[in-house]
Design a protein around this ligand. Structure first.
Ligand SMILES: *Cc1c(COP(=O)(O)O)cnc(C)c1O
Length: 453
C-alpha cells in the first residue's frame, strides 16, 4: 500500500494512524478532520473552513497561533544546538534560562524545576520523587498517594492510575497499587441540599478521613487539579482548597497541585495554586508552558523537597532523553516572554477574564442551561433539565455532544464532557471574539433545544 491508492489525507490517516482517546473503528468509518493552518484564535481545515478555537488546541495554545517570534527562536536554536542531553553534569542555555524564568513566577518557596516532555511524564516524575522524598527522610513506608475521582493526570501508568476516570482504569488493569481516590468537589452534580461552602468543606475532609484510615505514616502525597479540566471544568467551592492545604500540613503529607491546565495564566494568575492561595510542595506543568508549539513539561519543586533531594537522596534515578531539550526549552522561553511582555496574566485577571465571565454567564437564562461558570479563561456550562432542583438530563451525554457538534458546524470549537460544555480559549482572544464565541454557543444550544422538542 502506498499513498497513491488514497484520494486524500483523511483516508491515508484512518488507514494507518491510531488516534489518542478515539474509537478506531468508528473513526475509520466517519473519517477525520484535517487541520492545515492557524492564526490567532482561528484554525483552518483542509476544506478551507475556519473555526474559532474555543479550546486553545487542547487547553494549551495560550499565546495563540502563528507567533513568528517562537518560530524564530526555535530555528535559531535548531541551528546552534538542536540537541544535547541534560545527563552527566551537562546543561544547555535555553534549559537553564527556562528553569530560572519559570520559577521566577512560581512563588518564593518554589525555586526548582525538573523537565519532562509532557504532563503525563511530569506526573510520573513527582510520583517517584514524592516516595523518594519520604524514603530519604527515613520513612520508606510513606508511599500511598491520594487522588480524586474524575481527576485527570495523564495517560501513562501512573497518570491514568492517579486519574479518577473509570474507563481508563478499565483498560490495562489500573490503578496500580498504593493509589487511593476520594470524591470530587462537584457541587452542582453531587452537592444535594448543602450550600456550596458546606459541601466544599465536606469533600475536603474526605482527604482527612482517608489519611486517617490509611495511617498518616503510610501516606506520601495528595494530588489535585486546582480546577478539574478534563473532568468537566469543575470549579471547587471557595472553602475547598484552604481546607485541603490545612489538612496536608496538619497530617504532614506532600501537596501536589497539577498545573498542567491551570498554569501559565489560564486562571488570571501564573499558577492555579496562586488563585486559590495555597503553596504546594510540587506542581506538574506542561501545555501552556510552550503554548503547544513544541512538547515540553516539567515539575516545579519546592525548596522543602529540593533540599532533601540535594542533601539526602544521592542519585535520583529518573529522567528522559529529552529532559531539558534545548529547542523545546527555547520555544517555552519565548512563549513565556510573550506572556510577560503582553501582560497576558493581568489581561486575563482584569480585562478579558471578567468580560468572558459576563458573556458566558448570560447563557444561564437558556432553557437547557443549569449553570455557566468561569474563572479567568476556563469555563464550564452545565446542561440541566430543571434549574431549580439542579436535575440533570438522563441523556445529558448525548445532548452535550449535540451542542458541541452544532457549534462546530457553525465554526466554533467547544468540548463536551458528558453533560458539561467546556471552553478554554487562547489568552489573546479579543472582546469581539469572546462575544462571537458566546453567541455561537447560544445558537448551538438553541439548535439542540429545537431538535429535542
Ligand atoms: C493534559 C493533562 C495532563 C497530561 O499531560 P500530557 O501532556 O497530555 O501528557 C496531566 N494533567 C492535567 C491536569 C492535564 O490536563
Amino acid at each position: 500500500m502506498n499513498e497513491h491508492q488514497y484520494s486524500n489525507i483523511s483516508q491515508i490517516d484512518t488507514a494507518h494512524h491510531i488516534h489518542p482517546f478515539n474509537n478506531a473503528g468508528e473513526l475509520k468509518e466517519k473519517g477525520v478532520r484535517v487541520m492545515t493552518s492557524a492564526k490567532g484564535v482561528y484554525v483552518t481545515d483542509s476544506n478551507g473552513k475556519h473555526y474559532l478555537d474555543g479550546f486553545a488546541g487542547l487547553w494549551c495554545v495560550n499565546v495563540g497561533y502563528g507567533r513568528e517570534r517562537i518560530t524564530r527562536a526555535v530555528t535559531q536554536q535548531m541551528n546552534e544546538l538542536p540537541y544535547y542531553n541534560s545527563f552527566f553534569g551537562t546543561t544547555n542555555t535555553p534549559a537553564a534560562l527556562l528553569a530560572q524564568k519559570v520559577t521566577e513566577h512560581a512563588g518564593p518557596h518554589m525555586n526548582h524545576v525538573f523537565f519532562t516532555n509532557s504532563g503525563s511524564e511530569a506526573t510520573d516524575t513527582w510520583f517517584r520523587l514524592a516516595r523518594t522524598y519520604w524514603a530519604a527522610l527515613g520513612k520508606p513506608q510513606k508511599t500511598a498517594v491520594i487522588a480524586r475521582r474524575n481527576g485527570y493526570h495523564g495517560s501513562t501508568v501512573a497518570g491514568a492510575s492517579l486519574g479518577g476516570m473509570k474507563p481508563m482504569h478499565a483498560q490495562g488493569g489500573l490503578p496500580i497499587e498504593g493509589i487511593h481516590h476520594i470524591n470530587q468537589p462537584y457541587w452542582y452534580g453531587e452537592g444535594g441540599d448543602m450550600t456550596p461552602d458546606e459541601f466544599g468543606l465536606l469533600r475536603a475532609r474526605e482527604l482527612e478521613a482517608k489519611i486517617d484510615e490509611l495511617g498518616e505514616d503510610n501516606v506520601a502525597a495528595f494530588v489535585a487539579e486546582p480546577i478539574q479540566g478534563a473532568g468537566g471544568v469543575i470549579i471547587p467551592p471557595s472553602t475547598y482548597w484552604p481546607e485541603i492545604a490545612r489538612i496536608c500540613k496538619a497530617r504532614n503529607i506532600l501537596l501536589i497541585s497539577d498545573e498542567v491546565i491551570c498554569g501559565f495564566g489560564r486562571l488570571g494568575t501564573w499558577f492555579g495554586y496562586q488563585h486559590f492561595g495555597v503553596e504546594p510542595d510540587m506542581a506538574p506543568i506542561a501545555k501552556g508552558l510552550s503554548s503547544g508549539y513544541l512538547p515540553i513539561g516539567g515539575v516545579l519543586i519546592s525548596d522543602r523537597v529540593a533540599d532533601v533531594l540535594t542533601k539526602h537522596v544521592g542519585e535520583f534515578n529518573h529522567g528522559y532523553t529529552y529532559s531539558g531539550h534545548p529547542v523545546a526549552a527555547a520555544a517555552a522561553l519565548e512563549n513565556i516572554k510573550i506572556i510577560e511582555e503582553e501582560n497576558l496574566v493581568a489581561r486575563v485577571h482584569d480585562d478579558i477574564g471578567p468580560a468572558f465571565h459576563a458573556g458566558w454567564k448570560t447563557l444561564e437564562d437558556h432553557p437547557l442551561v443549569g449553570e455557566a461558570e468561569s474563572v479567568g479563561l476556563i469555563a464550564g456550562l452545565q446542561l440541566a433539565a430543571d434549574k431549580a432542583t439542579r436535575r440533570r438530563f438522563e441523556n445529558g451525554d448525548k445532548l452535550g455532544s449535540m451542542v458541541r457538534d452544532a457549534a462546530l458546524a457553525d465554526g466554533l470549537i467547544l468540548r463536551a464532557t458528558g453533560d458539561r460544555m467546556l471552553a478554554s480559549p487562547p489568552l489573546i482572544i479579543s472582546h469581539a471574539e469572546v462575544a462571537h464565541l458566546v453567541s455561537i454557543t447560544r445558537k448551538a444550544l438553541d439548535t439542540v433545544l429545537t431538535a429535542v422538542n
